[in-house]
Design a protein around this ligand. Sequence first.
Ligand code: SF4
Length: 369
Amino acid sequence: MTTTAAREHSSGFPDSAWRRAFRRRLGAWYDRHARDLPWRRRRDPYAVWLSEIMLQQTQVATVKPYFARFLQAFPTLEALARADEHDVLRLWEGLGYYRRARQLHRAARIIVAEHGGEFPRDPPAVRRLPGVGRYTAGAILSIAFDAREPILEANTVRLLSRLSAYRGDPASAEGQSVLWSLAEAVLPRREAGRFNQALMELGSEVCLGRAPHCGTCPVASLCQANLQGLQQEIPLKKAKPRPEAVREAAVLVRRRGRVLLLRWPEGRRWAGLWDFPRFRLHNAAIRRELVENVRQLTGLIVSPGEHLKTLTHGVTRFRITLECYRAEYVSSAGDVQSPLETRWLRPSELDDYPLSSTGRRLARLVGDG
Ligand code: SF4
């Protein structure tokens, strides 16, 4: 619903002369400066959807090889729907935010089951797909079908906030309402997909966060932040919470030349991925904690061995120090049943299993000894 604040703010921004000038200049700039990205060479909804999901929280340069490999393995939506989740996650390995891959896979199966394998064109049906929010739905529908659907993501939030000199918090309910209204108001009647891509491109390549290139910006004379010298104040920045430091341990448990993996269940970090037994450390008596945690996770008694390595990595708001240990299988615990799926694998088989980035680094240590 459009709030009063949103109505008041948007009313001062896109009068028709402004909108016409803005679209004309943006279009001309995009004609000359659009990057040649692999997903821009295709307009089928499957490829557009895949690129949009991969690009969430991930840089263009990182996404490019994944996009190519994924389409090679699953060239159509039906091929993705038929695939095993294990293989989808293995291909996604290293991109992070693995929930995206599982939701993409689930959505492909829903499209096959409920829409005969044809990507839906109806906005509510698209928004009901797992992992598809208002932005992703708008991007797919406008780019693949030229539907007149607005988009709002990090680059356009910054761009639209500055163009209109919106000084509020863009993440607040009011800010979202204002900015979605603006995104809708500037949309042309035709070629909405190309226009949306041009908006994102200008935001990511010219209207940069810290040092926007106002001197070469094609819409500088239409931009309120530029005219009022407010580029550094807009958009309003919120202080990021400090990452929380935690200590964890991971254990390479061996038994007759094989190593133990477990699979994280639904609801856990890295759900669907395989991993070495891993847990939070709470005190200094690491070896005792190690034996007890492996027992609880796997139903096995182990004898702790050498400390292999310390890894540090970030997951969401946590800064994790991961202590990696070796251990030898001793026996089944008898009184504890593992709640998780576990497997004993030969070191050479680890390559076939989807692991987190630190899991893969640990897998390389298995080969060392
Ligand atoms: S003039 Fe500067 S602040 Fe305004 S849209 Fe262009 S780059 Fe962004």
